[in-house]
Design a protein around this ligand. Structure first.
Ligand code: 0WD
Ligand code: CA
Length: 378
């Protein structure tokens, strides 16, 4: 055609606005082989006490103590002690990465992987990675992740979305009691000492936490992350963490095939993602009846959870979860180029949309504390 390709005074595409980069989340885009995921190894641990104070040791670790299996079923009243023996953590306090940064600061000089390993790593909470893994299948709750690069390392810290904040502040009393019941179950299943006994007469204080710090790698992304661990099984076949750790969960008793299907599709996905990341091999579920009593227990092996949905067209696929997470980490690595602890890229996602990104400086989004930046700069 005459004139085709001829350069005009202004080509129309010069007038198009630059499209901001974004990352799609559709599961179909992330099918394919399971990516490389290094067997997670524990680098260390820390504890938070009843006052939420940090200690660089395992003092808050509890010991798996299931009820005797002498033919009787358990009968745990999960509502016992609510609300009089409940000390909930103050959720107004935004802790961000602080406790994990405390651990990193204390151990930066003697991290395995050689000098410079940390500079190439991503540092975050396990719970943030769990949200990334489940994103391709999530239809309800969005998220925001703040990212900063400092001395090479990429730090990722979740920001509570306005919707999540609204939900937290208007949480119905029944949901608050349900949260308590999850912690109460831990008390029925854990002892303070190996071989000790449980003490359901005590308080439930959710300030107390034991956190494992792990090293792994997803594709070419070295990872340093920490996750709260419920207990250690002193009788586990492998005494080495994280293989000896046990995750405890509660869930509604199921009575119909529809209820089971929905449990496998939604809950098992979250349980799998959370425990697969740190290499926790077993999740022990307590099933509660409508009166709030756990009358049956079932152990789910993390590596076998996918089998429940393998032949389900509407099930989840671990490869999709891990490939999406790897794609997000690459997206973040390529976006956060400048090394500056005061510069923050905010990645935002709502179900049905791609992940978008915005740029911010200093408060309120900057999350690497001055005490950390200054100590690391020494
Ligand atoms: O401030 C925040 N927005 C958050 C703080 C969100 C998520 C976690 N945290 C804190 C946790 O308290 C813990 O100290 O970060 C640390 C490690 O968290 P994680 O292991 O990365 O988090 P996740 O995998 O989401 O949760 C593990 C456990 C939960 O067990 P269940 O079985 O419910 O998944 O950590 C507990 C809870 O027992 N947990 C919390 N405890 C107090 N406050 C919170 C929270 N906001 N979130 C999870
Ligand atoms: Ca738990």
């Amino acid at each position: 055609k005459r004139g085709a390709g001829k350069i005009e005074v202004a080509e129309p595409w010069n007038k198009l606005p630059l499209l901001a980069p974004s990352l799609p989340t559709n599961p179909a885009l992330y099918a394919g082989p399971f990516p490389f995921y290094r067997r997670p190894s524990e680098l260390g641990c820390f504890s938070l006490d009843a006052q939420r104070q940090y200690h660089g040791d395992a003092r808050a670790l509890r010991y798996y103590c299931p009820p005797p299996t002498n033919g009787q079923s358990p009968n745990f009243d999960l509502r016992d002690g609510y609300p009089d023996r409940y000390r909930p953590r103050d959720e107004e306090v935004q802790e961000r990465l602080d406790h994990l940064l405390c651990w990193v600061l204390e151990h930066r000089g003697r991290l395995e992987g050689g000098p410079g390993w940390l500079a190439g790593a991503i540092v975050t909470w396990r719970g943030h990675l769990t949200k990334l893994l489940t994103t391709p299948y999530e239809r309800q709750e969005g998220w925001q992740l703040a990212a900063s690069r400092f001395q090479g390392t990429l730090y990722l810290s979740e920001v509570e979305t306005p919707a999540a904040r609204d939900q937290r502040l208007t949480r119905p009393p029944l949901l608050q009691e349900l949260m308590y019941m999850g912690y109460k179950f831990e008390q029925y299943m854990c002892a303070d000492k190996p071989g000790g006994s449980t003490d359901p007469s005590g308080e439930v204080n959710t300030n107390v936490a034991f956190c494992s710090v792990l090293r792994s790698r997803l594709g070419n992304h070295p990872l340093l992350f920490s996750g709260e661990v419920d207990c250690i099984d002193p009788q586990a076949p492998t005494a080495q963490p994280p293989s000896c750790y046990v995750e405890l969960k509660t869930s509604k008793e199921m009575h119909s095939p529809g209820q089971r299907k929905s449990f496998y599709r939604r809950k098992l996905l979250k349980w799998w993602a959370q425990s697969f990341l740190p290499g926790v091999p077993n999740v022990v579920a307590g099933f509660r009846n409508p009166e709030g009593f756990v009358c049956s227990l079932k152990t789910f092996r993390t590596m076998e959870m996918f089998e429940y949905v393998r032949n389900d067209r509407d099930g989840w696929n671990p490869s999709v979860c891990m490939n999406f997470c790897a794609a997000f980490l690459s997206f973040a690595q390529n976006t956060v180029v400048q090394d500056d602890p005061r510069l923050v890229y905010l990645f935002s996602w709502e179900p049905g949309s791609p992940v978008t990104v915005s740029e911010h400086r200093d408060a309120p989004h900057a999350f690497l504390p001055t005490w950390y930046v200054e100590a690391m700069t020494q």
